[in-house]
Ligand binder design. Sequence first.
Ligand SMILES: *Cc1c(COP(=O)(O)O)cnc(C)c1O
Length: 450
Amino acid sequence: MLQFYSTNRQSSPVNLRAALLAGQAPDRGLYFPREFPRFTCNELAAFARLPYHEIACRVLAKFTEGIVPPADLAQMCTAAYNFPVPLEVVNFRTFLMRLDQGPTASFKDFAAQMMARLFGYFLREDGQHVTILTATSGDTGAAVAHAFHKIPGIQVIVLFPATEVSVSQRKLMTTLKDNVRTVAIDGKFDDCQAMVKQAFTDPDLRHIPLSSANSINIGRLLPQSVYYFYAASRVAQAGEPVVFAIPSGNFGDMMGAVVAREMGLPIRKIVAAVNDNDAFPKFLATGDYQKIVPSRNSLSNAMNVGHPSNLARLVAVYGGQMDETGKIHQPPDLAALRRDIFSSSISNARTVTGVKEFWDQYQLLLEPHGAVAWQGFQDWTTTEPLGSSPAVIIETANPAKFPEEVERVVGWPPDVPTNMLASLRLPEDYDRMGADYETFKHYLVQRHAA
Ligand SMILES: *Cc1c(COP(=O)(O)O)cnc(C)c1O
Protein backbone atom coordinates (compact mmCIF):
# COMPACT_ATOMS: atom_id res chain seq x y z
CA MET A 1 0.00 0.00 0.00
CA LEU A 2 1.30 3.44 -0.93
CA GLN A 3 2.61 5.48 2.01
CA PHE A 4 2.41 9.22 2.52
CA TYR A 5 5.11 10.94 4.57
CA SER A 6 5.00 14.37 6.17
CA THR A 7 7.16 17.09 4.61
CA ASN A 8 8.30 18.02 8.13
CA ARG A 9 9.47 14.40 8.60
CA GLN A 10 8.52 14.24 12.30
CA SER A 11 5.26 12.27 11.89
CA SER A 12 5.03 8.65 10.78
CA PRO A 13 4.00 7.80 7.23
CA VAL A 14 0.33 6.87 6.76
CA ASN A 15 -1.85 5.49 4.00
CA LEU A 16 -4.12 7.58 1.78
CA ARG A 17 -7.14 7.07 3.99
CA ALA A 18 -5.42 8.41 7.11
CA ALA A 19 -3.73 11.25 5.22
CA LEU A 20 -7.01 12.36 3.70
CA LEU A 21 -8.99 12.26 6.93
CA ALA A 22 -6.23 14.07 8.86
CA GLY A 23 -5.62 16.86 6.34
CA GLN A 24 -2.42 18.13 7.90
CA ALA A 25 0.17 15.82 9.51
CA PRO A 26 0.53 16.05 13.33
CA ASP A 27 3.94 17.73 12.91
CA ARG A 28 2.24 20.43 10.77
CA GLY A 29 3.84 19.12 7.62
CA LEU A 30 1.99 18.19 4.45
CA TYR A 31 1.41 14.60 3.40
CA PHE A 32 3.00 13.52 0.15
CA PRO A 33 3.66 10.13 -1.52
CA ARG A 34 6.96 8.54 -0.55
CA GLU A 35 7.46 7.41 -4.11
CA PHE A 36 5.27 7.85 -7.14
CA PRO A 37 3.56 5.08 -9.04
CA ARG A 38 4.51 5.39 -12.71
CA PHE A 39 2.67 4.82 -15.95
CA THR A 40 4.28 3.01 -18.87
CA CYS A 41 4.31 4.68 -22.31
CA ASN A 42 1.66 2.22 -23.48
CA GLU A 43 -0.62 3.00 -20.55
CA LEU A 44 -0.30 6.73 -21.30
CA ALA A 45 -0.90 6.20 -25.01
CA ALA A 46 -4.19 4.44 -24.20
CA PHE A 47 -5.50 7.63 -22.52
CA ALA A 48 -6.03 9.17 -25.98
CA ARG A 49 -9.14 7.05 -26.40
CA LEU A 50 -10.58 7.43 -22.89
CA PRO A 51 -13.10 9.96 -21.57
CA TYR A 52 -12.04 12.22 -18.68
CA HIS A 53 -13.63 10.21 -15.90
CA GLU A 54 -11.88 7.03 -17.00
CA ILE A 55 -8.50 8.74 -17.08
CA ALA A 56 -9.28 10.04 -13.58
CA CYS A 57 -10.03 6.52 -12.50
CA ARG A 58 -6.76 5.09 -13.89
CA VAL A 59 -4.67 7.87 -12.32
CA LEU A 60 -6.33 7.77 -8.91
CA ALA A 61 -6.40 3.96 -8.81
CA LYS A 62 -2.61 4.10 -8.48
CA PHE A 63 -3.10 5.84 -5.13
CA THR A 64 -6.21 4.06 -3.85
CA GLU A 65 -5.02 0.51 -4.56
CA GLY A 66 -5.83 -1.71 -1.60
CA ILE A 67 -8.02 0.99 -0.02
CA VAL A 68 -10.88 1.65 -2.42
CA PRO A 69 -12.23 -1.18 -4.59
CA PRO A 70 -11.88 -0.32 -8.32
CA ALA A 71 -15.64 -0.49 -8.93
CA ASP A 72 -16.32 2.05 -6.15
CA LEU A 73 -13.61 4.34 -7.45
CA ALA A 74 -15.02 4.13 -10.97
CA GLN A 75 -18.45 5.06 -9.67
CA MET A 76 -17.04 8.09 -7.79
CA CYS A 77 -15.11 9.30 -10.85
CA THR A 78 -18.14 8.97 -13.11
CA ALA A 79 -20.30 10.95 -10.68
CA ALA A 80 -17.63 13.60 -9.97
CA TYR A 81 -16.65 14.30 -13.57
CA ASN A 82 -19.91 14.63 -15.43
CA PHE A 83 -19.08 17.97 -17.05
CA PRO A 84 -17.03 18.90 -20.15
CA VAL A 85 -13.33 19.87 -20.10
CA PRO A 86 -12.94 22.03 -23.21
CA LEU A 87 -9.58 22.43 -24.97
CA GLU A 88 -9.88 25.41 -27.31
CA VAL A 89 -7.33 26.09 -30.03
CA VAL A 90 -5.47 29.36 -29.45
CA ASN A 91 -3.08 29.06 -32.40
CA PHE A 92 -1.03 26.25 -33.99
CA ARG A 93 -0.47 23.79 -31.14
CA THR A 94 -1.28 26.12 -28.25
CA PHE A 95 -4.54 25.38 -26.44
CA LEU A 96 -6.67 26.88 -23.69
CA MET A 97 -8.00 24.29 -21.25
CA ARG A 98 -11.11 25.58 -19.51
CA LEU A 99 -11.46 24.05 -16.06
CA ASP A 100 -14.57 26.11 -15.39
CA GLN A 101 -17.48 23.86 -16.30
CA GLY A 102 -18.02 22.29 -12.88
CA PRO A 103 -20.82 23.18 -10.43
CA THR A 104 -19.11 26.34 -9.11
CA ALA A 105 -17.33 27.35 -12.34
CA SER A 106 -13.79 27.19 -10.98
CA PHE A 107 -11.08 24.56 -11.28
CA LYS A 108 -11.45 23.87 -7.56
CA ASP A 109 -14.45 21.68 -8.44
CA PHE A 110 -12.08 19.07 -9.92
CA ALA A 111 -10.46 18.47 -6.55
CA ALA A 112 -13.40 19.12 -4.24
CA GLN A 113 -15.81 16.82 -6.08
CA MET A 114 -13.44 13.89 -5.77
CA MET A 115 -12.22 14.58 -2.27
CA ALA A 116 -15.77 14.83 -0.96
CA ARG A 117 -16.62 11.43 -2.39
CA LEU A 118 -13.51 9.81 -0.96
CA PHE A 119 -14.22 11.40 2.41
CA GLY A 120 -17.80 10.20 2.37
CA TYR A 121 -16.64 6.73 1.39
CA PHE A 122 -14.08 6.44 4.21
CA LEU A 123 -16.51 7.76 6.82
CA ARG A 124 -19.26 5.40 5.73
CA GLU A 125 -16.88 2.48 6.12
CA ASP A 126 -16.74 2.96 9.88
CA GLY A 127 -19.85 4.98 10.56
CA GLN A 128 -17.97 8.13 11.57
CA HIS A 129 -19.16 11.73 11.54
CA VAL A 130 -16.98 14.70 10.84
CA THR A 131 -17.22 18.49 10.65
CA ILE A 132 -15.31 20.04 7.78
CA LEU A 133 -14.08 23.50 8.71
CA THR A 134 -12.84 25.68 5.93
CA ALA A 135 -11.85 29.30 5.43
CA THR A 136 -12.24 30.75 1.99
CA SER A 137 -11.41 33.86 0.03
CA GLY A 138 -14.17 32.88 -2.40
CA ASP A 139 -13.72 29.94 -4.76
CA THR A 140 -12.63 27.20 -2.36
CA GLY A 141 -15.61 27.60 -0.06
CA ALA A 142 -18.06 27.39 -2.91
CA ALA A 143 -16.41 24.32 -4.44
CA VAL A 144 -16.12 22.57 -1.08
CA ALA A 145 -19.67 23.41 -0.03
CA HIS A 146 -21.10 22.10 -3.30
CA ALA A 147 -18.97 18.97 -3.22
CA PHE A 148 -19.91 18.00 0.36
CA HIS A 149 -23.53 19.08 0.09
CA LYS A 150 -25.78 16.24 1.28
CA ILE A 151 -22.91 13.81 1.84
CA PRO A 152 -24.01 11.71 4.84
CA GLY A 153 -21.90 11.94 7.99
CA ILE A 154 -20.47 15.33 7.11
CA GLN A 155 -21.24 18.82 8.41
CA VAL A 156 -19.59 21.71 6.59
CA ILE A 157 -18.80 25.11 8.09
CA VAL A 158 -17.37 27.71 5.73
CA LEU A 159 -15.92 31.00 6.98
CA PHE A 160 -15.55 33.85 4.52
CA PRO A 161 -14.59 37.53 4.85
CA ALA A 162 -17.98 39.35 4.77
CA THR A 163 -16.98 42.12 2.39
CA GLU A 164 -14.18 40.49 0.39
CA VAL A 165 -16.06 37.98 -1.74
CA SER A 166 -18.12 38.82 -4.82
CA VAL A 167 -21.90 38.45 -4.72
CA SER A 168 -21.86 35.42 -7.00
CA GLN A 169 -19.07 33.79 -4.98
CA ARG A 170 -21.13 34.32 -1.82
CA LYS A 171 -24.36 33.01 -3.30
CA LEU A 172 -22.65 29.84 -4.50
CA MET A 173 -22.01 29.08 -0.80
CA THR A 174 -24.97 30.56 1.06
CA THR A 175 -27.83 29.08 -0.95
CA LEU A 176 -27.10 25.41 -0.28
CA LYS A 177 -28.41 24.85 3.29
CA ASP A 178 -28.85 21.23 4.60
CA ASN A 179 -25.46 20.13 5.97
CA VAL A 180 -23.69 23.30 4.81
CA ARG A 181 -23.41 26.36 7.09
CA THR A 182 -21.72 29.57 5.96
CA VAL A 183 -20.44 32.24 8.31
CA ALA A 184 -19.58 35.77 7.20
CA ILE A 185 -16.72 37.11 9.31
CA ASP A 186 -16.26 40.85 9.76
CA GLY A 187 -12.61 40.67 8.93
CA LYS A 188 -10.15 39.61 6.28
CA PHE A 189 -9.46 36.18 4.81
CA ASP A 190 -6.42 35.91 7.09
CA ASP A 191 -8.73 36.31 10.13
CA CYS A 192 -10.96 33.49 8.88
CA GLN A 193 -7.95 31.29 8.34
CA ALA A 194 -6.51 32.07 11.77
CA MET A 195 -9.84 31.20 13.45
CA VAL A 196 -10.03 27.88 11.63
CA LYS A 197 -6.42 27.06 12.46
CA GLN A 198 -6.94 27.85 16.13
CA ALA A 199 -10.01 25.62 16.29
CA PHE A 200 -7.97 22.68 15.00
CA THR A 201 -5.45 22.95 17.82
CA ASP A 202 -7.90 23.91 20.60
CA PRO A 203 -7.98 21.21 23.33
CA ASP A 204 -11.48 22.38 24.37
CA LEU A 205 -12.79 21.27 20.98
CA ARG A 206 -11.20 17.82 21.04
CA HIS A 207 -14.63 16.21 21.40
CA ILE A 208 -15.67 17.56 17.99
CA PRO A 209 -14.18 15.58 15.09
CA LEU A 210 -12.88 18.37 12.86
CA SER A 211 -11.29 18.06 9.48
CA SER A 212 -10.09 20.49 6.85
CA ALA A 213 -10.75 20.56 3.15
CA ASN A 214 -8.32 23.24 2.12
CA SER A 215 -5.71 22.88 -0.54
CA ILE A 216 -3.14 21.29 1.77
CA ASN A 217 -5.22 18.09 1.88
CA ILE A 218 -3.60 15.40 -0.27
CA GLY A 219 -7.13 14.42 -1.33
CA ARG A 220 -7.37 17.75 -3.12
CA LEU A 221 -3.97 17.57 -4.70
CA LEU A 222 -4.07 14.16 -6.39
CA PRO A 223 -7.22 14.75 -8.50
CA GLN A 224 -5.53 17.91 -9.82
CA SER A 225 -2.97 15.80 -11.65
CA VAL A 226 -5.65 14.20 -13.82
CA TYR A 227 -6.35 17.11 -16.17
CA TYR A 228 -2.69 17.27 -17.18
CA PHE A 229 -2.86 13.65 -18.31
CA TYR A 230 -6.12 14.39 -20.06
CA ALA A 231 -4.79 17.48 -21.87
CA ALA A 232 -1.62 15.71 -23.01
CA SER A 233 -3.67 12.78 -24.32
CA ARG A 234 -5.65 15.20 -26.49
CA VAL A 235 -3.02 17.64 -27.76
CA ALA A 236 0.23 15.63 -27.94
CA GLN A 237 1.49 12.49 -29.64
CA ALA A 238 2.35 9.65 -27.27
CA GLY A 239 5.58 10.53 -25.46
CA GLU A 240 5.67 14.11 -26.74
CA PRO A 241 6.43 16.66 -23.99
CA VAL A 242 3.88 19.44 -23.35
CA VAL A 243 4.29 22.95 -21.92
CA PHE A 244 1.72 23.87 -19.25
CA ALA A 245 1.08 27.46 -18.13
CA ILE A 246 -0.65 27.54 -14.75
CA PRO A 247 -2.00 30.54 -12.80
CA SER A 248 -0.69 29.92 -9.28
CA GLY A 249 -1.58 31.06 -5.77
CA ASN A 250 -1.18 28.32 -3.19
CA PHE A 251 0.48 26.13 -5.87
CA GLY A 252 -1.89 23.17 -5.56
CA ASP A 253 -2.81 23.31 -9.25
CA MET A 254 0.84 23.52 -10.23
CA MET A 255 1.73 20.63 -7.91
CA GLY A 256 -0.82 18.56 -9.82
CA ALA A 257 1.43 18.97 -12.87
CA VAL A 258 4.49 18.02 -10.81
CA VAL A 259 2.69 14.87 -9.62
CA ALA A 260 1.75 14.03 -13.23
CA ARG A 261 5.37 14.41 -14.26
CA GLU A 262 6.57 12.23 -11.38
CA MET A 263 4.09 9.60 -12.59
CA GLY A 264 5.70 9.59 -16.02
CA LEU A 265 3.84 12.22 -18.05
CA PRO A 266 6.31 13.95 -20.39
CA ILE A 267 6.25 17.68 -19.57
CA ARG A 268 8.62 20.09 -21.27
CA LYS A 269 8.11 23.02 -18.91
CA ILE A 270 5.77 24.04 -16.14
CA VAL A 271 5.13 27.77 -16.28
CA ALA A 272 3.93 28.88 -12.84
CA ALA A 273 2.55 32.38 -13.30
CA VAL A 274 1.81 34.46 -10.19
CA ASN A 275 0.34 37.91 -9.58
CA ASP A 276 2.05 40.54 -7.40
CA ASN A 277 2.64 37.86 -4.77
CA ASP A 278 6.04 37.04 -6.19
CA ALA A 279 7.76 35.03 -3.45
CA PHE A 280 8.17 32.00 -5.73
CA PRO A 281 9.70 33.60 -8.85
CA LYS A 282 12.13 35.44 -6.54
CA PHE A 283 13.02 32.19 -4.82
CA LEU A 284 13.60 30.50 -8.16
CA ALA A 285 15.86 33.35 -9.25
CA THR A 286 17.87 33.76 -6.03
CA GLY A 287 17.41 30.61 -3.90
CA ASP A 288 16.31 32.90 -1.09
CA TYR A 289 12.70 32.46 0.08
CA GLN A 290 10.93 35.46 1.58
CA LYS A 291 7.19 35.02 2.15
CA ILE A 292 5.03 38.08 1.60
CA VAL A 293 3.22 39.32 4.71
CA PRO A 294 0.49 40.46 4.42
CA SER A 295 -0.34 39.08 1.00
CA ARG A 296 -0.83 41.63 -1.79
CA ASN A 297 -4.25 42.29 -3.29
CA SER A 298 -4.35 41.70 -7.02
CA LEU A 299 -7.06 41.40 -9.67
CA SER A 300 -6.62 37.63 -9.72
CA ASN A 301 -7.87 37.51 -6.14
CA ALA A 302 -7.92 33.72 -5.74
CA MET A 303 -4.13 33.88 -6.05
CA ASN A 304 -3.49 36.49 -3.37
CA VAL A 305 -1.29 34.14 -1.39
CA GLY A 306 1.84 35.50 0.27
CA HIS A 307 3.18 32.12 1.39
CA PRO A 308 2.07 29.25 -0.84
CA SER A 309 1.89 26.23 1.48
CA ASN A 310 2.36 23.71 -1.33
CA LEU A 311 5.93 24.93 -1.82
CA ALA A 312 6.82 22.56 1.03
CA ARG A 313 5.84 19.70 -1.29
CA LEU A 314 7.64 21.16 -4.29
CA VAL A 315 10.83 21.63 -2.29
CA ALA A 316 10.52 18.02 -1.07
CA VAL A 317 10.26 16.67 -4.64
CA TYR A 318 13.56 18.42 -5.38
CA GLY A 319 15.33 16.97 -2.38
CA GLY A 320 14.95 19.85 0.08
CA GLN A 321 12.91 20.58 3.17
CA MET A 322 10.77 23.63 3.91
CA ASP A 323 8.63 23.86 7.04
CA GLU A 324 5.13 25.31 7.32
CA THR A 325 6.47 28.78 8.14
CA GLY A 326 8.51 28.89 4.92
CA LYS A 327 11.86 28.27 6.60
CA ILE A 328 14.18 26.16 4.48
CA HIS A 329 16.00 23.46 6.46
CA GLN A 330 17.53 21.79 3.44
CA PRO A 331 17.76 23.61 0.11
CA PRO A 332 16.24 21.90 -2.94
CA ASP A 333 18.18 21.24 -6.15
CA LEU A 334 17.71 24.73 -7.58
CA ALA A 335 19.26 23.90 -10.95
CA ALA A 336 16.78 21.05 -11.45
CA LEU A 337 13.90 23.29 -10.36
CA ARG A 338 14.92 25.90 -12.92
CA ARG A 339 15.26 23.26 -15.62
CA ASP A 340 11.69 22.05 -15.03
CA ILE A 341 9.85 25.18 -13.94
CA PHE A 342 9.65 28.77 -15.11
CA SER A 343 7.93 31.43 -13.05
CA SER A 344 7.10 35.08 -13.52
CA SER A 345 5.05 37.69 -11.71
CA ILE A 346 2.30 39.47 -13.67
CA SER A 347 1.15 42.93 -12.62
CA ASN A 348 -2.49 44.03 -12.63
CA ALA A 349 -1.81 46.18 -15.69
CA ARG A 350 -0.45 43.18 -17.61
CA THR A 351 -3.36 41.05 -16.40
CA VAL A 352 -5.80 43.50 -17.96
CA THR A 353 -3.79 43.68 -21.19
CA GLY A 354 -3.75 39.89 -21.22
CA VAL A 355 -7.55 39.70 -21.23
CA LYS A 356 -7.76 42.38 -23.91
CA GLU A 357 -5.07 41.06 -26.25
CA PHE A 358 -6.28 37.50 -25.97
CA TRP A 359 -9.74 38.59 -27.01
CA ASP A 360 -8.50 40.85 -29.81
CA GLN A 361 -6.12 38.27 -31.25
CA TYR A 362 -7.98 35.01 -30.75
CA GLN A 363 -11.62 35.89 -29.91
CA LEU A 364 -11.30 33.80 -26.77
CA LEU A 365 -12.41 35.22 -23.45
CA LEU A 366 -10.18 35.02 -20.38
CA GLU A 367 -10.76 36.21 -16.83
CA PRO A 368 -7.92 37.63 -14.67
CA HIS A 369 -6.48 34.27 -13.48
CA GLY A 370 -6.27 32.82 -16.98
CA ALA A 371 -4.77 36.10 -18.20
CA VAL A 372 -1.96 35.76 -15.65
CA ALA A 373 -1.21 32.29 -17.05
CA TRP A 374 -1.23 33.62 -20.61
CA GLN A 375 1.18 36.44 -19.78
CA GLY A 376 3.44 34.05 -17.86
CA PHE A 377 3.50 31.85 -20.96
CA GLN A 378 4.46 34.87 -23.09
CA ASP A 379 7.33 35.59 -20.68
CA TRP A 380 8.57 32.02 -20.93
CA THR A 381 8.59 32.10 -24.75
CA THR A 382 11.06 35.00 -24.57
CA THR A 383 13.50 32.69 -22.74
CA GLU A 384 13.36 29.71 -25.13
CA PRO A 385 11.56 29.12 -28.42
CA LEU A 386 8.33 27.14 -28.20
CA GLY A 387 9.09 25.54 -31.57
CA SER A 388 6.51 22.94 -32.48
CA SER A 389 5.82 21.87 -28.86
CA PRO A 390 2.20 21.56 -27.82
CA ALA A 391 1.29 24.02 -25.05
CA VAL A 392 -1.73 24.25 -22.78
CA ILE A 393 -2.76 27.42 -20.96
CA ILE A 394 -4.92 26.70 -17.92
CA GLU A 395 -8.02 28.85 -17.42
CA THR A 396 -9.14 28.29 -13.81
CA ALA A 397 -12.42 30.20 -13.59
CA ASN A 398 -15.36 31.16 -15.74
CA PRO A 399 -15.24 34.79 -16.94
CA ALA A 400 -18.76 35.20 -15.47
CA LYS A 401 -17.23 34.98 -11.99
CA PHE A 402 -15.48 38.29 -12.71
CA PRO A 403 -18.13 40.19 -14.68
CA GLU A 404 -16.98 43.73 -13.84
CA GLU A 405 -13.31 43.08 -14.59
CA VAL A 406 -14.14 41.41 -17.89
CA GLU A 407 -16.72 43.97 -19.00
CA ARG A 408 -14.32 46.84 -18.29
CA VAL A 409 -11.85 45.34 -20.73
CA VAL A 410 -13.96 43.92 -23.57
CA GLY A 411 -17.00 46.18 -23.24
CA TRP A 412 -19.71 43.61 -22.56
CA PRO A 413 -20.57 41.31 -19.68
CA PRO A 414 -19.73 37.61 -20.04
CA ASP A 415 -22.54 35.04 -20.29
CA VAL A 416 -23.45 33.42 -16.98
CA PRO A 417 -23.40 29.60 -17.10
CA THR A 418 -26.72 27.94 -16.21
CA ASN A 419 -25.38 26.21 -13.09
CA MET A 420 -24.37 29.59 -11.67
CA LEU A 421 -27.67 31.21 -12.64
CA ALA A 422 -29.54 28.64 -10.57
CA SER A 423 -27.58 29.53 -7.39
CA LEU A 424 -27.96 33.25 -7.98
CA ARG A 425 -31.75 32.93 -7.84
CA LEU A 426 -32.02 30.92 -4.61
CA PRO A 427 -32.54 32.62 -1.23
CA GLU A 428 -29.42 33.08 0.92
CA ASP A 429 -29.02 31.90 4.49
CA TYR A 430 -25.85 32.49 6.51
CA ASP A 431 -24.58 33.53 9.93
CA ARG A 432 -22.44 36.55 10.69
CA MET A 433 -19.94 37.27 13.44
CA GLY A 434 -16.91 39.36 14.32
CA ALA A 435 -13.36 38.12 13.82
CA ASP A 436 -13.27 36.85 17.39
CA TYR A 437 -12.10 33.32 18.18
CA GLU A 438 -14.08 32.92 21.44
CA THR A 439 -17.35 33.70 19.65
CA PHE A 440 -16.52 31.22 16.93
CA LYS A 441 -15.58 28.54 19.44
CA HIS A 442 -18.88 28.99 21.25
CA TYR A 443 -20.65 28.70 17.91
CA LEU A 444 -18.89 25.41 17.12
CA VAL A 445 -19.70 23.93 20.53
CA GLN A 446 -23.37 24.90 20.23
CA ARG A 447 -23.72 23.54 16.74
CA HIS A 448 -22.09 20.28 17.76
CA ALA A 449 -24.47 19.88 20.70
CA ALA A 450 -27.52 20.71 18.58
C1 LIG B 1 -7.57 28.83 -6.23
C2 LIG B 1 -7.47 29.42 -7.59
C3 LIG B 1 -6.24 29.59 -8.25
C4 LIG B 1 -4.93 29.22 -7.62
O1 LIG B 1 -4.76 27.85 -7.48
P1 LIG B 1 -3.66 27.28 -6.48
O2 LIG B 1 -3.82 25.83 -6.52
O3 LIG B 1 -3.98 27.88 -5.15
O4 LIG B 1 -2.35 27.76 -7.01
C5 LIG B 1 -6.25 30.11 -9.53
N1 LIG B 1 -7.40 30.50 -10.11
C6 LIG B 1 -8.58 30.38 -9.50
C7 LIG B 1 -9.80 30.85 -10.21
C8 LIG B 1 -8.68 29.83 -8.23
O5 LIG B 1 -9.87 29.72 -7.64
